[in-house]
Structures are given as structure tokens and as C-alpha cells.
Design a protein around this ligand. Structure first.
Ligand code: X2X
Length: 341
């Protein structure tokens, strides 16, 4: 057991009896403090499965490392916007962070490849692709930037378009539509291809941007529309499933490698295990969230995906991104999901 003296007493003791209390005693951590006291942050509400499952992983890690690794969780943009948190992660001010591959593409261009419009037919294609060759390719590129991505992505979901002004039924309805998109060239490009007028806004400012009509709409998976209460400031949701989006679990490489391998293995295994649980949570939530949102007053609009996809094709979206991603990455994606362009 450690006896923790109040700081002033400790100092007085030190000064009074310097020989008896070596200076080093003040500097070393108390015996019950973690050896690695790290932070994990995200942009998602506390009620979102991403936050719930990563918080559970942090608790298991503390237990399984006998308290050597303590990870404090900062959800809901408490540490700033995604752009801020990515900088913090890179500098080492933050050790762990989950980020959409599309936003990560501002640093690692190929990381936005899962956001290619209508690339994945369903989750039966998503997980084998992102847990497989394409995911490996992206993780390899992430590793070149001083970051380390764990093997299992967390689900964000298939994205749907909400609006406060009018229902979006056809691609033509997007013409000139003022829509918020996250900070990523692919997102801007996709909505420009639809003829919309996209504005880049980080998630921490989305609710107020919708409320004050800086933009008329946004797009996000139903789980986030619900947990972030966007239905309070939006009237319609068009079920477009225009892209699948997920979160990479990222570590600052230096901070991660400062831990002995044994601890690293525990941390990675637990966050990977929680990723699988989070995917399950969202799969379950997807069975009920539409009814939940309808009950809260959001009006649902069905759309014809073929028409939206054709609009992207016509605008040259696929050709453009095929060129940007290059033959290796594009080929890996097409090998998993079939021909896109
Ligand atoms: O910013 C968004 O819309 C969000 C929460 O879906 C992402 O993290 C990309």
C-alpha cells in the first residue's frame, strides 16, 4: 500500500530531511499508477456503439495488464474536431484515435477508397474486403505516416442523406443542394458529381450548422443520425446507401511502440475484439433504428440506387477516382466487389 502525502507535506519533508527522502522518490509514480497512461478519443456520441465498445476495451486492457496500461476515453469531440484530433495523434498529444478512412485520406490518400460511391453491395462484401487485401493495403500506407492501424475497423455504416428543406428522391433533387460533407476530397467530389453544393464541416459543428441553416442537409448512417440527435434539426432522410464508411483504430506509432510487446498485444487484441462486437451492435441496431427515427418524426424517402449510381458514372466520378487511386488499389477493390467503372 502506498501512503500518499499531500504535496506540501511531501515537499516540507523533503526539505527538512533531504537525506532521508531521496529526490527520486518525488519523481517516480505512485505504485498504483499506470506505467502507460494513454488517451483515446473519437467524434461519436457516448451512446454510440463505437464509444461503448472502445470504453469496454479500455477497461479490459486495464484489468488484463494488471493496471500497467490505463486508457482514458474522450468521446464526442471532447478533444476537438477530427482534424484537430488527427494533428494531436500525429504529434503524440493523443495516443489512440478512431477516424473515418475518408478523413484520414487527407494524410493517407488511399484511405478513402472504401468511400467510392456504391462500391460495396452489402456487409457481406464490406468485412471480407476491409479485413482482407484492401484493408492490408491501406494499413500499409498508414504505417508509412507514423501511425499504426489495428487490423479490425469499427463500423460507421452505410450513409443516408438527410435534409431540412425538401425530400431527396432522385439525383436531380441534389442539384444545387447545400450539403455538409466531412473533410475529405472524395466526399466533396462525390457530391459535386451529383450536382450538389458541398461544404466541408467537421462533425462537431454539424448539429449547429443544420440548426442555423448554414447547410440544408448532411449524410450519415442512421445510427449516428439517431445518437447525435440530428433528427431534431432534419426533416427527411433519403435511403441512398451511397457509401459505406468505417473507422480505423489508429495509434501514434511512437507511443504504441514505447510499450513492451506483451502489452501491445493485449491492447491490440482487445480493441480488435471490441471492433467485432461493435459491428454486431450496429447490425442489430440497423434492424430497429429506422422505426426509432420514424417515431421521432423523421420522414423516410426510398430512392433508386441505380439512378444515383448512373449519375456518378455520367459525371466521370469512377474514372476520376480510378485514376487517383491507381491500378493497384483500384484493382484490389474491384477484385473484392466487382467492376465499378
Ligand atoms: O463526420 C461524420 O459525418 C462522421 C461522424 O460520419 C464521420 O466520422 C465521417
Amino acid at each position: 500500500m502506498t501512503i500518499r502525502l499531500p504535496r506540501r507535506r511531501l515537499l516540507a519533508t523533503t526539505l527538512a530531511g533531504a537525506a532521508a527522502v531521496p529526490l527520486v522518490a518525488i519523481r517516480t509514480r505512485p505504485a498504483n499508477a499506470a506505467e502507460f497512461s494513454y488517451k483515446y478519443a473519437n467524434n461519436s456520441p457516448v451512446t454510440h456503439p463505437l464509444t461503448i465498445r472502445t470504453t469496454e476495451a479500455a477497461a479490459r486492457i486495464k484489468e488484463k495488464t494488471g493496471g500497467q496500461v490505463e486508457i482514458q476515453v474522450f468521446p464526442n469531440n471532447q478533444l476537438g474536431s477530427d482534424t484537430d484530433m488527427l494533428s494531436q495523434l500525429r504529434s503524440g498529444a493523443l495516443e489512440f484515435f478512431t477516424l473515418s478512412g475518408l478523413i484520414l485520406s487527407t494524410l493517407v490518400p488511399v484511405a478513402s477508397i472504401n468511400g467510392v460511391g456504391f462500391a460495396f453491395k452489402d456487409y457481406g462484401q464490406v468485412w471480407p474486403t476491409m479485413d482482407g487485401a484492401l484493408g492490408t493495403l491501406v494499413r500499409g500506407e498508414i504505417a508509412k505516416r507514423g501511425l499504426y492501424a489495428f487490423a479490425k475497423m469499427y463500423d460507421n455504416g452505410y450513409r443516408q442523406i438527410t435534409s431540412s428543406t425538401k425530400p431527396i428522391k432522385t439525383p436531380e433533387d441534389l442539384s444545387g443542394f447545400k450539403i455538409r460533407v466531412p473533410a475529405s476530397p472524395l466526399w466533396t467530389s462525390l457530391f459535386k458529381a451529383f450536382g450538389a453544393s458541398p461544404t466541408t464541416i467537421n462533425f462537431n459543428e454539424v448539429y449547429s450548422a443544420l440548426q442555423t441553416h448554414v447547410v440544408d442537409g448532411q449524410e450519415n448512417p442512421l445510427a449516428l443520425i439517431d445518437t447525435a440527435k440530428l433528427y431534431e434539426v432534419q426533416k427527411y432522410v433519403a435511403i441512398t446507401n451511397h457509401m459505406w464508411d468505417g473507422f480505423w483504430f489508429l495509434a501514434n506509432k511512437r507511443a504504441f511502440e514505447a510499450m513492451p510487446q506483451k502489452l501491445r498485444d493485449i491492447v491490440e487484441a482487445e480493441f480488435n475484439a471490441s471492433a467485432l462486437a461493435e459491428r454486431e451492435d450496429l447490425a442489430k441496431m440497423n434492424n430497429t433504428v429506422a422505426d426509432t427515427l420514424k417515431a421521432k418524426g423523421l420522414q423516410f424517402v426510398d430512392t433508386d440506387a441505380t439512378a444515383f449510381r448512373a449519375a456518378l458514372k455520367k459525371a466521370g466520378f469512377y474514372e476520376e477516382w480510378k485514376g487517383k487511386f491507381g491500378p493497384e488499389a483500384w484493382g484490389t477493390l474491384e477484385k473484392a466487389v466487382g467492376s465499378l467503372a
